[in-house]
Design a protein around this ligand. Sequence first.
Ligand SMILES: Cc1cc2nc3c(=O)[nH]c(=O)nc-3n(C[C@H](O)[C@H](O)[C@H](O)COP(=O)(O)O)c2cc1C
Length: 244
Amino acid sequence: MSSITLRTVAARHSVRNFDSSTPDLHAIGTRLTFTTHIMPLRPEAIEGRVGTYGVITGRPAYAAVCCRPAEMCAAGIEGEHLVLQLTALGYGTCWLGGTFSRGKAAAALPRPLADDEKIVAVIAIGHPADHVSFMGRLMKKMVNSSSRKSLTDIIVAGRMPDYLADAMEAARLAPSARNSQPWRYAFNPDGTIDVYCVNAGHFSVLDTGISIANFLAVAPHYKVTPCHNTEDTTLTPVATLSPA
Ligand SMILES: Cc1cc2nc3c(=O)[nH]c(=O)nc-3n(C[C@H](O)[C@H](O)[C@H](O)COP(=O)(O)O)c2cc1C
């Protein structure tokens, strides 16, 4: 992730209006990381639109984010890693957790899902159109998409060291379903960081993985391990970040 900077992170925003040229994800695939949780949908198998309610216009390609319930954080990290790589290459993206057809996405998967595996979201990927539609403007307004919580809101314990200011800014700017920003960070005296989420919604752990991906984009020497610190029972532990 070393080519991704805070500038890339800050430049990313959800693009819902694409032009009519569908990018070939496999053609740009050598510069992208597709993992077990992220599967490009087969364009020839997409009948009609995967995005629903007219939210997505134009002809983007789609990647499905698929995982088992215990893998939501990893799926968020991997999906957002892809989003940031695509942003650095000049593509527009939009995570879709609600406004997409699971049936059409499932029919276009490159392999069948395992029994306990689900499509939790898809990512629309394409060339941004010149104009933002009325629906595109409405979606941004409805979730106040340019606003973010302050660091004071998301750091719930300890003191952030100055050298992590850019990484935490990246974590803060991450996209989330309905822009709810459920992630919370606690700095431990030993240099590790416990990451929690407010257990407010279906997408909380996925969103928190997305925020962690943004952190790792700017601080790639941190590694992710399961979070065992359950002292604060009002928050759900998601992961611990440790300097390598
Ligand atoms: C997991 C996830 C699911 C999302 N689902 C939808 C969706 O179903 N429809 C939509 O229009 N936007 C969706 N979004 C986009 C968010 O509304 C958007 O990221 C947020 O408002 C912040 O705006 P920004 O991405 O432009 O910074 C989703 C984002 C995430 C991370």
